[in-house]
Design a protein around this ligand. Sequence first.
Ligand code: FES
Ligand SMILES: [Fe+2]
Length: 385
Amino acid sequence: MADRNAFADVAEELKGRPALARAETIPSAWFTEPRFHQLDSEAIFARTWQGVGHEGRLAELGSWFVADVAGDPVVVVRDRSGELRAFYNVCRHRGGPLATADGCGRVLQCEYHGWTYQLDGTLRGVPHWNLVELFDREDYGLVPIQVQSWEGQIFVNLDPGAVPLDQVLRGISERISPVRPGQMQNYRRVEYDVRANWKVYVENFLEGYHVPIVHPELMTLYDFRSYKTETREWYSLQTSELTNEENIYERQGGGEAWYYCVFPNYMLNILPGRLQTNLVVPVDHQNCRVVFEYFYDDIESEAARRKIDEDIAFADRVQDEDIDICEHVQRGLQSRGYDRGRFSVKFESGVYHFQNLVREAYGRWLQGEESPITPPEPLDPRNDD
Ligand code: FES
Ligand SMILES: [Fe+2]
C-alpha cells in the first residue's frame, strides 16, 4: 500500500481546476518519480475496467487465460455453462497459482499442492486434509472479480463497487454503427516495450496536434481540417474524415476514422472494416508495454490479406514514430529544465480530460474514498471550476 503521507504535494496540486484555456499540465514528477507507479496502480488500475483479451480466446467451454491487472494475477474463465468469470489467480491454501498459462479443463488445479476448484470458483478437492479441523470448503472458494464484455472484448475490474462497464462505454456502439467490432476476426497481436511512463504514451494518443510533425505520411490519409476531439465521462473520441480513394483505408461506411481512448489505458482505433485495440500497461515509473491487437471484417480473401499486410506495415511505421517521440518526451519530463506546460484548446482537450480523470482518481485515493472514481463535470474551456 502506498503511503498517503508521501503525497502531500499531490493534495496541494489538486486544489481547484482551471479551465482548459488557462490550465497547466500536471507536474512532470507524476510521470517520472517511482512513487507514482504505486499510486497509479492503487488509485487508477485497481479501480478501473481493464481490457484483458478478446472472447475468441475463450471459445471453448472450460477454457481460461491468465492476465496481470494492477500487479495482481488474474484468471479469466468460460465456465462449463458458458458464463464468463474471473478470479484472482491465487489459491486459498498458501497463495499458489491456479494457472500459469492459458488452458482448458473441467477444474482449475493449483500448481503448488493440487487443490482443485470448479470453474465457478467453488473449492472441490483438498488432498490429505482429513486431520484438519474447523475447515469449511465453502469459506475457501476463489475470490471473484467483476468481469464483463463489450463487442467481444473482455474487461475486468478489481473494484467491486465500480460503475458498470456499459456505463463507461455508453454511446460508442451507437456512434460507430453499422460497424460491429464484435463481429470482426482477430488477426494479430503484437507487443511493444516503450521507455516512457504509461501516461506519456496515452497522452500522445490523445491528441492530433503532433500528427503533422511526427507522422507526415499519416497526414496524407486524413482531411486534417475535419479533425475533432469530443470528450465524454470516461472516454474521449478523436475523429477525422479520410481523404480520397487512393487511401489504403478506402471510403466505406462513411469514410471516417474514430479514435477512442477509454480511461485509463484502452484505445479503439476504428477504420472501415478494421479495428485495432491498444492496451497500455505500466511496467514501472518509466517503462510501459503497449499491446496492439488487429481485427478485420475479412481475413480470408487474397485481396483482404493484401490490404491487411499494408495496414499492419503502415501501423508499425506510425507506432515506431510514436515510440520514438514518447521516449524523447520521457527524457524531457525528467530534465531539470522542465516541470509543466500548457494545452492547445483546439487539439489537446483529450489530454486535459485525461489529466482531470487522473487528478480525480488521485484525489479519491488520497481521501481514502471507497466510492468509485467520478468523472469531473465538463467545464467551459474558458471558465475555471
Ligand atoms: S497453495 Fe494451492 S494447494 Fe497449496
Ligand atoms: Fe502519434
